[in-house]
Write a protein that binds this ligand. Structure first.
Ligand code: OOG
Ligand code: MG
Length: 262
């Protein structure tokens, strides 16, 4: 078995068992190319089980997140339909290990992106924008990872919620007030400027990562541009994100005995 397959199996097992990997459980030291290969194998396992790819996400596009997690490079991960919680819907804590939530901007694409075209610009493909909440859930104990580990772990992707889509009109997203309210947590106040000065800039980083690591974007896909706030631990109650001009996005959190079939 290749190293990418071995790593993907370990991470997939930890996710399905909701059991985090302790430092002694994981001895692989992955460079970026190996880490993205492991991420692709992990996605293939999910697709084999019937999940569908629905887009990509960026991580560490804000200083707040880089500082919080002790890393300094932008990373990309992959989203599936099973991760998508309907706006206003309910997340069950029993389905996750130690989930955290963060406030993001989501883009929807109206056409396929051809990354081999020299003048390719993901922004040209946007057809809608929305406020979004991402739920991250590292498969490593205490979110203890380096870049190789978090990339192989599909950038801690676990779930996401997208607010009402607004038709894309090329609007300026560079400084919209952003606020995240989560049960038992101090309100996180930020601005979309926290996302690389303007969330559209994150798409330039995504083009580079997609070209280097064979990521794809098709018509209808979603891109999460990365957190504008630090991530906060999830507890039972209502989570609400608000971004000026874009609107609000809400979901409920409960804890059942058993969890569902994620
Ligand atoms: C990695 C995911 C980072 C973001 O928006 O910056 C991310 C993590 O913090 O566990 O999704
Ligand atoms: Mg995120």
């Amino acid at each position: 078995m290749s190293e990418a397959s071995a790593v993907a199996e370990i991470l997939d097992g930890a996710r399905l068992a909701r059991k985090p990997l302790e430092p002694g459980d994981f001895s692989h030291d992955l460079d970026l190319a190996e880490a993205y290969r492991a991420q692709h194998v992990g996605m293939a396992l999910r697709l084999q089980r019937g999940e569908a790819a629905v887009g990509l996400k960026l991580g560490f596009t804000s200083k707040a997140k880089m500082r919080q997690m002790g890393v300094d490079s932008v990373i990309a991960g992959q989203l599936t339909d099973l991760m998508w919680i309907a706006e206003g819907g309910t997340l069950d804590l029993a389905d996750f290990i130690h989930p955290r939530v963060e406030l993001e901007v989501a883009f929807r694409l109206g056409s396929d992106v051809d990354f081999s075209a020299p003048n390719c610009d993901i922004a040209d493909h946007i057809d809608a924008v929305a406020p979004a909440l991402e739920i991250i859930d590292s498969r490593f104990a205490g979110f203890g990872f380096d870049l190789g580990k978090v990339i192989a772990d599909n950038t801690s992707a676990a779930a996401f919620v997208i607010g009402p889509w607004l038709t894309w009109d090329g609007r300026n997203l560079s400084n919209l007030a952003a606020e995240l309210t989560a049960p038992g947590q101090a309100v996180q106040v930020s601005s979309t400027a926290a996302i690389m000065g303007e969330p559209l800039r994150a798409l330039t980083e995504l083009r580079r990562l997609a070209r280097d690591h064979q990521l794809v974007l098709r018509a209808g896909d979603i891109v999460l541009a990365g957190a504008a706030t630090e991530a906060v631990a999830l507890g039972e109650g209502t989570v609400e994100g608000r971004i000026a001009q874009l609107g609000r996005v809400v979901f409920q959190v409960k804890r059942s005995e058993k969890g569902s079939a994620l």
